[in-house]
Write a protein that binds this ligand. Structure first.
Ligand code: AZC
Length: 826
């Protein structure tokens, strides 16, 4: 339904108009225009929200010409486009990012001052688009940033959830969830294009007929449909004029309401189908790594993938494009299994709609997809019950069956007589219920499969998809994750940025390996002093923020020990909690006097999936322990605990630059990569961590002396499990562990009610699936080494500087180059 673009005869109207002048006056003028003509208010009558919206639109004006120019350039050229398919983008606030990309920071600041406004106040008005759960969604946001900065053509495709990740609050120390209505005060960063709507069908049945040439043709006769409306967001490269597009889809009913039913007076019934359709993009599922297999979630997945494929084939490619050449123009990168339904969808388009023969369509399709796996947890690998998939997408299920039949023939041919292997490799799991294994479909239907850190890629090959990596060893590769240095160093840590630039010049921002040039400065006492001053200033900035945001009062001088990430048992916030309780025990038992202890402030940030019982118990206990410790006068402030609610990207930007110690303490073999670990190291925190995920690579780069390693290795953990892991045995044999757990379970943290801590304590004693007790001793010893190191503040700072200098590898620019080399252009 895209209308034809009107041919424009007047040559002056062919290109974009010039942006406002890059001066304070130019900015003020544009801002006032936006305020008057966009918001319809006078400056003197405007609210903070008016001002913020006008400011956002003003900054955008400076980006739009580059956006239009980039789009035109992409359309004229014939470069391959990266179609990044991701159900989540955890973008963070846009204003600062746009100011940075356009170098407008100082101009905007001065312009607002001239208008009598405070830029910081307007910044604070922005609600970040929380369209993701955690690592996977934030990674997608880093990747699109890097692709724009590298001027690589990319369209990020996703869902414009009306409600993003819930807002977390604490009620009586327990997590409560509030809907995140991020759109409620306006959304200045998006450009809706209702005229480019796409129709997406669901349900119904299929019909197979034979045509004149005797060929079978299948048609899908769906039962209902919805419209997808694209909203475009600019993704600016860093000061290179290149601006890519993020295209997020919003669901709209094909019919607003049934007028006949409405006229008969049944208002609820009249809008029922509208509500039903529009639910599809209503809310982000808050499950991180444990998908629930809900029907609406599959609807979301198919909805955005179908919109995106249609958009690319019908609206982005030239009209008469020969689809046999599709792989030359697009590679769809599957961000985990969420968009994998795109594989049968492309087959359906090619075979049913475009008349391709199956085999040719399959050759094309396999070249158009590549799959990234972000996990090692078996429960995180999505499977869809055949019954559900067949009911919602009957044609796709048929296509999946046929893909599977052909594939299993291939397996039989490669391994004659190996029926067990055929059963293991089938896309269809037979029990407990028949279900489609989406990771298998992705592996079979894509040209490449990658993990997100060396260790996980190895375990992915050896443990998760061993039969597939045996069959197709060359299909598998590793691409270690990265983070964008623009947002997480340059923007989040302006003081350190300036210090770095003074030392080695400014080009590290787009070439992060240049941070190596800082190494000699680690031995320069003057530089160390400046570095320390920056760290202290960042701590104070964080404490001011936490005072204003959460009413927290934190001591100015204490080691800042930080654990921020989703709440999950495998990440082991519990182990951190046991450490805190053990230190508290040292103090109240009189073993250590407050004056002799290295004072620490512990900061937690973590949301739990609303249905994840144990995770919520852990949150409750962190809060309870924290409150007890903070209120206990006996310990003279040697320890304090802060757990600000609603950890998000905005808060991360304040927390990460302030941290001294980064806690990356998952059980080895469970964290696929981690990306927080990279952000902290880059900002000069030292890591205490296990041999897991990207920790392994961080340690290899920064060196053993600048990293606190502890815990079981992955093979050791496996061995312990195979030998029959008994957490009680650790409890019995380690007195400190016994005292710590007993104290945690005693009720002193929970108002005298021992039963309130029982769910967690009992779980640790009797099950402890992630072996916190097994790693407790080693963790405590490592923390003792941390204390010793921290006492020598000069040596600590030296290590911190070396962490910054040696972690340039973790730029997402490097990840993107690796994808280009090993996947997209391979
Ligand atoms: C995460 C992994 O847990 C984390 O280790 C990794 O760094 C990140 O992806 C990026 O690769 N996985 C998720 O966030 N998964 C979901 C469903 O959100």
């Amino acid at each position: 339904v895209v209308g034809p673009t009107m041919p424009v005869r007047n040559p002056v109207a062919q290109g974009p108009v010039n942006p406002p002048a890059h001066t304070v006056d130019g900015f003020v003028e544009a801002f006032l225009r936006e305020l008057n003509f966009g918001q319809g208010v006078l400056l003197s009558r405007s609210t903070v929200n008016d001002q913020y919206l006008a400011l956002a639109r003003t900054v955008q004006q400076y980006l739009v010409a580059g956006w239009l120019e980039t789009g035109a350039r992409r359309r004229q050229g014939d470069r391959k486009i990266i179609g990044y398919l991701s159900a989540e983008y955890l973008l963070g606030r846009q204003l600062d990012n746009a100011l940075m990309a356009t170098t407008l920071g100082e101009i905007a600041e001065e312009a607002m001052t001239q208008c009598g406004l405070d830029l910081a106040r307007l910044r604070a008005q922005e609600i970040e688009p929380g369209l993701g759960n955690g690592g996977l969604g934030r990674l997608a946001a880093c990747f699109v940033d890097s692709l724009a900065t590298l001027d690589v053509p990319c369209i990020g495709y996703g869902i414009r959830y009306e409600y993003g990740i819930f807002r977390q609050t604490f009620v009586d120390d327990r997590q409560a969830e509030v809907p995140d209505s991020w759109l409620s005060l306006g959304s200045p960063w998006e450009f809706p294009h209702p005229e480019r709507q796409v129709r997406v069908a669901f349900g119904g049945r299929t019909e197979t007929t034979t045509d004149e040439q005797g060929r079978e043709r299948t048609t899908w006769i769906p039962a209902w449909d919805v419209l997808g409306i694209p909203y475009h967001y600019m993704v600016p490269g860093y000061r290179n004029g290149s601006v890519n597009t993020l295209r997020l889809w919003s669901a709209k009913a094909t019919q607003a309401f049934d007028l006949q039913i409405f006229n008969s007076g049944d208002y609820a019934e009249a809008v029922r189908s509208q509500t039903f359709a529009e639910n599809i993009s209503k809310v982000l599922y808050p499950e991180d790594s444990t998908p629930q297999g809900k029907e609406l979630r599959l609807q979301q997945q198919y909805f955005f993938v179908a919109c995106s494929l249609h958009d690319f084939i019908e609206n982005t490619l030239p009209r008469d494009f020969d689809l046999r050449r599709l792989p030359e123009r697009i590679i769809f990168q599957l961000n985990d299994t969420h968009p994998v339904i795109g594989i049968p969808e492309l087959m359906r388009i090619l075979v049913d709609l475009k008349g391709f023969e199956w085999d040719e369509a399959w050759d094309i399709t396999r070249e158009c997809f590549a799959y990234t796996c972000h996990t090692l947890l078996p429960e995180a690998l999505e499977v869809w019950p055949v019954e559900l998939l067949g009911r919602l997408l009957p044609r796709h299920l048929e296509i999946i069956y046929r893909i599977n039949d052909n594939f299993l023939d291939e397996v039989r041919e490669a391994y004659p007589g190996d029926a067990d292997r055929v059963r293991r490799m089938s896309i269809i799991a037979e029990g407990p219920q028949r279900a489609v294994r989406m990771a298998y479909l992705a592996t079979i239907g894509g040209s490449r499969v990658n993990g997100v850190a060396e260790l996980q890629s190895q375990l992915l090959r050896e443990k998760v998809l061993p039969d597939f990596s045996e069959l197709w060893p060359d299909k598998f590769t590793n691409i270690t994750n990265g983070v964008t240095p623009r947002r997480f160093l340059h923007q989040a840590n302006p003081l350190l940025s300036t210090l770095i630039t003074e030392a080695i010049g400014p080009s590290w921002v787009t070439d992060l390996e240049q941070l190596r040039g800082l190494e000699p400065y680690a031995d320069d006492a003057g530089f160390r002093e400046q570095f320390q001053a920056v760290k202290q200033a960042n701590k104070e900035r964080l404490y001011r923020e936490l005072r204003a945001r959460d009413g927290l009062e934190l001591p100015r001088h204490a080691m800042l020990d930080v654990m921020v990430k989703r709440l999950h048992e495998y990440k082991r916030q519990t182990l951190k909690l046991l450490h805190i309780v053990s230190l508290y025990d040292d103090l109240i038992s009189g073993d250590v006097s407050p004056a002799d202890m290295v004072s620490r402030t512990f900061v937690f940030g973590a949301k739990a999936a609303p249905g994840y019982y144990m995770a919520k118990e852990i949150i409750y206990l962190i809060n309870s322990v924290g409150r007890t410790i903070n209120e206990d006068k006996r310990i003279e402030g040697a320890l304090s605990v802060a757990f600000p609610a609603n950890y998000n990207v905005t808060l991360a930007e304040k927390v990460v630059p302030a941290a001294d110690l980064s806690e990356q303490i998952s059980l080895a073999g469970k964290e696929a990569s981690g990306t927080g670990n990279m952000k902290f190291a880059l900002n000069g925190a030292l890591t205490i961590g296990t041999d897991d995920g990207a920790n392994v690579e961080i340690r290899a780069l920064v060196g053993d002396d600048n990293f606190f390693l502890f815990g079981l290795t992955e093979p050791e953990a496996e061995q312990l499990r195979a030998d029959g892991y008994d957490p009680k045995a650790f409890y019995r044999s380690d007195e400190k562990l016994r005292r710590t757990l007993d104290l945690l379970g005693s009720g002193i943290f929970t108002g005298g009610d021992a039963s309130a801590s029982a769910p967690l304590v009992q779980n640790l004693l009797h099950d402890d699936p992630f072996m916190a007790l097994a790693d407790f001793r080693s963790y405590l010893d490592a923390q003792t080494r941390v204390d010793e190191a921290y006492r020598d503040s000069d040596a600590w700072t030296r290590s911190a500087i070396l962490n910054v200098a040696r972690t340039g590898f973790f730029s997402s620019d490097r990840s993107m180059r690796d994808y280009l080399d090993r996947v997209w252009l391979a």
